[in-house]
Structure formats: C-alpha cells, structure tokens
Write a protein that binds this ligand. Structure first.
Ligand SMILES: Nc1ncnc2c1ncn2[C@@H]1O[C@H](COP(=O)(O)OP(=O)(O)OP(=O)(O)O)[C@@H](O)[C@H]1O
Length: 610
C-alpha cells in the first residue's frame, strides 16, 4: 500500500495557526502524545480482560526518547496500535477535525479566554506540530493478520501513508523537531515537562532508562488501604520541604459525577499570605492545571492537594465553567465534605480541634463569611477563645455570658479585645466587673463579628475600650455623682483647656471611685468602620478611613482626683488634669514623643512639690 492524500477539504492550513496561537504553551504536546500512548495501552489491557485480545501483553511501558543529533523525539507504546485504515480514520479525520474545531473556537475568543483554553485543553495529536515540522507514525495493530503502517505529514495538509515493517505491536510517534523548538531537544527540559504532566499517569513512562511516574497515586486507592503515613508522605512529595499538614480529606465520588482526590489542610504561617494555586487538577491522572478557580470554592483555595475528575469540562472558557452544572455540584460537594470532616474532628477530638484552631480558624471563618451553607454547618463547631485561653462554641459562649452580660434591653453584650496587651487596662476593668472578654484579633474578625451580630439573636459585640466599663453593658442602676452640676461643668472646662485637642471629646461621668480617674475610649461604631476599611471591607467604608480618630475622654467625677483638680489654685488644677489625662493615654500606649517627655518631667515636678 502506498498512498498520498490531502487530510481535509479545508483549504485553510491549520498548522501555522496552531503554532502561532499556542506559542506560550508548546510544552503540552508531550502531555497529549504520552496520554494517547497511555490510552492505547489501557485500551489493550481492557481488551485482554474482556478476552478480546488473547496474545501476550508483555511489557507495557511507554517510552519517550530524544535524539539530539537526529533532532527527533520518539514516543513509543505497546498499546493496541493502528492499521493504515485506522490511521486514516483516527488521525486524518477525527484528530484533524478536532484540531481544526479547536482552532476555529480559538480564533473567536478574546485574550483571556484564549489563555484558559490553552491551559486546559489539549489539541490532541496535532499539538505535535507546535514543535515539529514533520511527524511520522509507525504503527502495528494488535489485530492479527494486519500490516504495519507508516504515516508521514510535514505540517501541511498533505500526508503519505504506506505499509511498513514493524516487528512489535503498538505505535511509535516520531517528531522531527523544528528549528525554533530546539529547547525540546534538551533531555532536562523534557524531563521537567514529563514530571509536570505525567507524574501520576497509570502506565509506566520511561525516560532515559528510568520510570518517571507513580502509576497508582494514593488518591486512586481506597482510604481503608491507606495509613496516615501514606498521606503525609504523599504531601511531602507534592510539596517538598513544607511542614506536615494538619489533616486531610480523601474525596471519592462516582455519582452524580466522578471525582477523586485528597485535600490537605496546611499549617498556615501568615494569615495574610494566602497560598493559592496549591491544588492540582487532574483528569484521569493527567495533570491539567493548578488553577482550580471555579472548581473549588473560593474559601477552600487555601487548601493543598489534588483533585482528579474526568467530568470537569476542560475545553470551555471560564465563564462557561462557572455556569457549568457539574462544576457547581463539585463545588457543593467539596464544601460539604470539608464541613463534615471538621465537624467530625470536633466531635471526636475536641482537645485536638482546639489545638488546631489557630490554623483552621482562618478557613472556617472565611468559609462562614463566604458561603451560607458552610456557615450553617460550621456554626456548631466554630470556636471563640477568651483572654484566659478557654475555648467555647458560639452557643456555649452565649450561655456562659448570658447571666452577667445582658443589658437593660435584654441584649447580650459580648466584650472582646483585639490586643490584650495594649488594651490591658480595659480588659482588667471589665474582668473586675465580672465580665468575660474574648480575644478576637484575627484579620477576618471584624467581618466575622459583623456576621455573628446578624446571625445570633439579641447579641451585640463591643470592644472593651469602646466605652467606660460602667457603660459597656448598660444596666438600669446608675452611679450617683458626688459633684454638683456646676462643679461638673467647671471640671469639664478645666480638662478641655488642659487637653486642648479638638479630637478629644471631654465628658464628666459618675464612675466608681475605684475606676480610673480618666478613661479614653473610641466609640464602637467609629472604630469598627475603620477596622473594616483596613481589612478591605466595602468601598463605601473608604470615607471613614480618612477621618481622624475621635475619642471620648471620660473624667471620673467620683474619683478623689476630681476634687483635687477643682480645689487646686491657678495653674495647678490644669496641671493635675493634664497629668490624669496623660495617665489614661499611658495606660493605652497612646502617650508618645513630646507628650511623653513632658509627662515624665511634670511627674518629677509633682513628686518634688509633694
Ligand atoms: N499512540 C496511539 N495508539 C493508538 N491510537 C492512537 C494513538 N494516538 C492517537 N491515536 C488515535 O487517534 C485518535 C485521535 O487522537 P487525539 O489525541 O487527536 O484525540 P483524542 O486522544 O481522541 O482526544 P484528546 O487528545 O483531544 O483528548 C485517538 O482517539 C486514537 O484513536
């Protein structure tokens, strides 16, 4: 048999287009050709199992080799092979029409969609022409009494096909590497590509005498066959030199879609440094991409691991992917599995769960904020911690503070600090009153607080320094003032003059004589807006960020210092007031620079006069 022919009725030559458009991703030719070789080998194995192939399977490795001198790359398999007729059908017609359809689609898309297509969709056999100016196929079918065939195509739509001598069953694809693709003649480069895409292919791939893949990666096995060590070992293989993962989830579904994989919860070092692109997406063990956006819910992008699914449509653009029903289901499934796993950990080992909370709290809060369904599940195991280090679930905490921290409107007021060190005086004052104080110092906490206030009934949150301790949780009882109204006004004026700062709003309050003489607070609303703005909450919050802090200075009318300030003669009153105010600033770490120096000097003067 010898035949020459034209591949298609298309007049347009697709090969220059393939080359030109797919410039950035030429390396995927190897993924495509090796996958074809693997497919052909697996098909033969299936035929053997079905009894349709009765010969010896023998060694089934796929071999990749490079000959720099001859400028060729060869991919050989011992799979089912093709007869000349089959080459015409599968390569000339089916593969070619697949490739031209791809090019048609590709031409219509905008740049962003193009990237997506290139990254996730192979051209199949014809991707060989991204790097080769001539491709040969030598193939011999597994079917008895068939002749081997030799096909050659030089990158135009012309091909030649003839019978050939080939001793062994299977297919050799020989690429004659083009001048501008020299890089692919380097063994090191080929090895890198093979390791990237073919590391977990199900048939052994040999390169330079070495098998480069694991044919049965652990995600393809049953969880019952695996030990913890297997999981951590695999994690180390995927992410060498990283700390051991906290725990993992083995995904395994076959209905209504097909999906396997392992998701690991990493140890998070820095909350702000979300490490994305750590989940690898595979389709039947062939690496596709590490951009799993849309397939994995946004809040779970922090996880590591692999997902393998032939049901994820890889050949469509991103906007399509988002709308795809299978992808949506996968999303929901993964969210549910993660929530179930966390619930199980919490139930089975509360202590262990608490220990891990500093690492997983971020995922959980992020998930609760971004996914309503996840919130519903997570609200039962999400934890809060008080300044004493004790953990509570949301429900436990509400019950814990209910008796003592209800205000006169029957609202439970949850008190929290964002920094137990610098807000120590306020934490102390609240604790002295018998209140409990939570530590909510994570980046996401301002948003989390907002969500909890919406979800939890009759519950508000207040930072400990949002008000003087008597007013943090407003009760009916009122502290009587020992000062007359006149004295109060006089005291207020004295303090105003001594402080002389328009952002400090001075008021006189009847606090307990044991409370501090002066307390400086930042109203909850104002501070929260600023917090939100800092952590990137809504554009509308922008205006608050540019506002100067506007503090409330509460002068304690019942503290002995109030009497002394009022009674002091001349300058002395103002000096005392300033001293009491500076003490309040000092307690909050707000006294700095010149003001601090002046305070130290004034203190020394006062000590000297006493
Ligand atoms: N090494 C091979 N051995 C046997 N048949 C092959 C081999 N390579 C390709 N083929 C045949 O050629 C067809 C077309 O290959 P091509 O890679 O273009 O598309 P595909 O593998 O079917 O799909 P895609 O690669 O787009 O997922 C294959 O379906 C297969 O029948």
């Amino acid at each position: 048999m010898q035949e020459k022919g034209s591949i298609s009725i298309h007049t347009e030559n697709i090969f220059p287009i393939i080359k030109k458009f797919l410039y950035s991703d030429h390396e995927i030719f190897l993924r495509e050709l090796v996958s074809n070789a693997v497919d052909a080998t697996q098909k033969l194995k299936s035929l053997a199992q079905l009894g349709e192939f009765k010969g010896e399977l023998g060694e089934l490795k796929v071999k990749v080799s490079v000959d720099k001198e001859a400028r060729t790359i060869t991919i050989s398999d011992r799979g089912l092979g093709m007869t000349g007729e089959e080459i015409k059908k599968y390569i000339n017609q089916i593969a070619f029409s697949g490739a031209s359809e791809f090019v048609e689609k590709y031409k219509e898309k905008d740049a962003a969609a193009k990237d997506q297509i290139i990254g996730q969709f192979g051209l199949g056999f014809y991707s060989a022409f991204m790097v080769a100016n001539e491709v040969e196929i030598f193939s011999k079918s597994y079917k008895e009494d068939t002749e081997a065939a030799h096909w050659v195509c030089d990158g135009s739509t012309e091909f030649s096909l003839e019978t050939a001598e080939k001793a062994d069953r299977g297919t050799d694809v020989v690429l004659h590497v083009a001048e501008d693709s020299d890089e692919f003649l380097e063994a090191a480069r080929l090895r890198t590509i093979l390791t990237k895409y073919c590391k977990f292919l199900p048939i052994e791939i040999e390169f330079e005498g070495e098998v480069i893949n694991q044919t049965a990666p652990i995600w393809t096995k049953q969880p019952s066959e695996l030990t913890d060590e297997d999981y951590t070992k695999f994690y180390q293989e995927l992410y060498p030199f990283s700390e051991a993962p906290l725990f993992w989830i083995h995904l395994n579904v076959d209905y209504p879609f097909n999906l396997t994989g392992i998701l690991y919860f990493p140890k998070v070092k820095d909350e702000l440094q979300f490490q994305r692109n750590k989940i690898q997406l595979y389709s039947r063990q062939v690496f596709i991409t590490d951009e799993v956006k849309d397939v994995v819910p946004e809040f779970l992008m922090l996880l590591h691991g692999v997902i393998d699914s032939p049901d994820i449509p890889l050949n469509v653009s991103r906007s399509f992917l988002q709308a795809d029903a299978a992808v949506k289901k996968i999303n929901t499934y993964i969210t549910k599995k993660v929530a179930d796993k966390l619930a199980e950990l919490f139930r089975k080992d509360r202590m262990g769960f608490e220990e891990k909370w500093s690492d997983i709290g971020l995922f959980v809060k992020y998930g609760m904020l971004s996914d309503e369904k996840f919130y519903e599940k997570a609200k039962d195991f999400a934890l809060v911690q008080n300044v004493g280090g004790k953990f509570f679930t949301l429900k436990e905490y509400q019950e814990f503070v209910q008796a003592n921290q209800k205000d006169k409107n029957d609202q439970t007021v949850v008190l929290y600090t964002t920094d137990p060190e610098s807000q120590h005086a306020f934490v102390q004052a609240a604790q002295d009153r018998g209140y409990d104080v939570l530590k909510l110092d994570a980046v996401l906490d301002p948003h989390f607080i907002g969500q909890l206030e919406q979800k939890l009934e009759k519950t508000t949150f207040k930072r400990v320094d949002a008000d003087t301790v008597g007013k943090l949780i407003e009760k009916d009882e009122q502290q009587e003032s020992v000062l007359s109204d006149d004295d109060k006004t006089k005291l207020q004026e004295l303090y105003k003059g001594a402080i002389s700062n328009e952002h400090m709003h001075v008021q006189v309050e009847a606090l307990s004589p044991q409370d501090a003489p002066v307390v400086i607070t930042l109203p909850e609303f104002m501070r929260r807006m600023k917090d939100m703005q800092r952590t990137g909450g809504g554009g509308g919050m922008q205006m608050f960020g540019s506002l100067p802090d506007s503090y409330t200075v509460s002068v304690n009318a019942n503290h002995p210092i109030a009497q002394r300030v009022l009674k002091a003669e001349g300058e002395a009153g103002s000096k005392l007031a300033r001293q009491a105010y500076d003490l309040a600033l000092l307690a909050q770490g707000m006294l700095k620079g010149e003001a601090l120096t002046a305070f130290v000097k004034r203190s020394a003067d006062l000590l000297a006069t006493e």
